[in-house]
Write a protein of this length. Sequence first.
Length: 246
Amino acid sequence: GIETLARWNCMLNFTERIITIDGIDAPMKSHDELQNTRTLYNTYREATEPSSTKEETARAVNILDAKYEKADLPTLVETNSSHLTRDQQDALLKLLQKHEAMFEGTLGAWDGEQIHFDLKPNAMPWRGHPFPVPRIHRETIKKEIKRLCDIGVLEPVEQSEWASPSFVIPKKDGSVRFLTDFRKLNERILRKPYPLPKISDTLQQIDGFTFASAIDLNMGYYHLRLDPATMEICTIVFPWGLYRYK
């Protein structure tokens, strides 16, 4: 055992319960925990991801609140680039200002093919009941729905065989996060799996650069346009009416 541990450059830290193998840290697990396949996979995944990419991986999977106002580029650079020299900060600001239209805080539109969802054979429409809306939140929700209609995300409809309930989660600043419960619709959609790469693997494959920046797409999925048939099945319901995603 000792010869094998030395050959693989292993260190056992029982105080912190960490095993280090050739510079890679992994938490010690009990025998019972290691019988679970998911635990084994998660332990391997966490251990083999370099610390340099863990922060960006966590950032990428976190759902950020949309920003609807125009970005203040000089302030943005000043408050987020303290690690750069003054000349580098000036160059970064010049680059961002060259593409200032990208930071207007408005909704863009994907100019490719419209999105289409195929339903499973014999799938029947589903119409759910609207979630109750507390009176104190009603005007805030209606205001948010109007905003989404104004920017082309939603449109009101008179009737539909489909209706998925929607709701909002109030945020500390008084605004709301808009959510739709599409679980019943998802059960009826024909799946077409695509082998998406792991974020950590993609980050590790990037090389040949001096600086790396992450830019979030504002209201990302709202940029994709639905075809008429998919708009119909993406109808949502509130106590006062129906709307559908565009």
